[in-house]
Design a protein around this ligand. Sequence first.
Ligand code: GLN
Length: 591
Amino acid sequence: MSNENELLASVSDVSTESEFFSPIPAGYKKGKTRYCFVLGTVMSGLGKGILSSCLALLMQNKGLKIAPIKLEGYLNIDSGTLNPFRHGEVFVLDDGMECDMDLGTYERMLNQNLSGANFATSGQIFRAVLDKERHGDYLGRDVQMIPHVTGEVKLKLRKLAMQTDADIVFVEIGGTVGDLENAYYIEAMRELAYEEGPKSCCFIALTYILEPKVLGEQKSKAAQLGIKQIMRCGVQPDIIACRASNPVNIKARQKISIYSNVPVERVISMPDSSSIYMIPAMLKDCGLDFEVARLLNIEDRISLRNERKQWLKWCDFTDKIGQEKHEITIGITGKYTSVRDSYASIINALEHSGIVLGCKVKIKWIETTNITDKTAAEHLSDVDGIIVPGGFGTRGAEGKIACVKYVRENNIPYLGICFGFQMAVIEFARNVCGLKNANSTEIEPDCTQPVINILPEQKKIEGLGGNMRLGGRDIEIKPQTFTHKLFNKSEMVRMRFRHRYEVDPKYIEQLEEAGMLFSGKAPEHPIMQILEIPKHPFFIGTQAHPCLTSRPLKTQPMFVGLVAAAMRKHYPNENMPDCIEAVRKVCNRND
Ligand code: GLN
């Protein structure tokens, strides 16, 4: 047994005799997986997730297997109970995990499905430790932040490494260094780097260079102090990425270099970018990918051939950015209209679709609280298409229904997402089927014509948190429908869900007789998952969230279809392609 393996055996020793405690999953092979830690300094919201995912993409392109993980400081078990207004959208993974929106960035960049193993919160970590304590797993020891809680963090990372057989695990720590709630994560990273040995881990600090207007020059002091904080935790950064509004000048980079022991080539400038999809090229131009490969001593696993091929594919997408020859406006009705992060996936899905169709998509945010049938036209006459996105509760619901009525009657392209699907059913029931009292029991619990009703399985559930109908589900597509053509004649597609209510099966026949068609259903239940109005140029709704699975290299047909239909409406004299044709051209998918 080599010395290194002896160390590993001793640190995994759980006993009252040893001060070492670092549980390691059975079969874990040290050295197989390298770790890249991304930490924030100075302030949050600078794009740690973007930096980490763009770098992860560059490493993935080299043929390396990547597993990202986000570590959140808060005590919630998942992000499901967080208000999107405070924390950005709740992203849902295929396995049903409700997580931070950064996981969406990783999935989009890496074009890879993630799972609950890629997301941890302090709540999950502490729950695991406390469960073990109750189970007697700590053999009479006093349970402490170090080594037990940090041990649990390291265990989570190593389990992820093993499960995914990753070459590199990218670890993003939420918040900024100095936050009390993240301190034990940073300590766990330090310990892991010590245990895994030299060249196994790489620390990347994201910082911010101020450029006050009154001074007219870049100031690096705040960045220096932020980095000092990391060093105080016993962590020496290997790379420092400097966010700023403009390219960071050499003087500022040199100051940071001297202050932090990081060679200036590894103090890189990361100025604002018009699209996050341009950032991988920005990092590549600085040579950051090869720096990381060298730091992790992983160059022998790299395939340059694979890299060339993947990079061409990526550039095929990014070369179209900024080249758009057309422009349309999509209205999005939403409760959280002031916070764009609440709708990050929808904005991304529209961006992807616009880029591949050569069309800039402007977004008009529509606050629906005061919209009525009479005033809808005022708000919607300048949009080429509308999305009613997911939502909960009553506020603004009547206004959304008024918007749906207007776009249905005026042949304006419509995409209803989850709540928006339900609003479309209510509108159609009221105004076409004549069910004047139609509503959702979420909005009106005693409603006499509940066309949208609670899912039977949801009736028994009490409390909140992880108990909606969640995650990826198959959708059976009805042949010969518009939806069927939109999905390239696939009979089964998969999308992600997050809801408690559904179309009440009692009303399906009546709705279909009046001209609404349910073109996508759950395979073994009467749960309606996609609807269309065949007579309308583009009127489609889904109980799912198609935005969650739109990616630059795998655009989502419903979004591409909406943008294509909106282009046709906006440019009636330009012979724009039919939307099915447009989708077929740019969505090369077979699911
Ligand atoms: N509030 C609705 C439901 O629970 C829609 C949910 C959503 O839009 N995500 O069914």
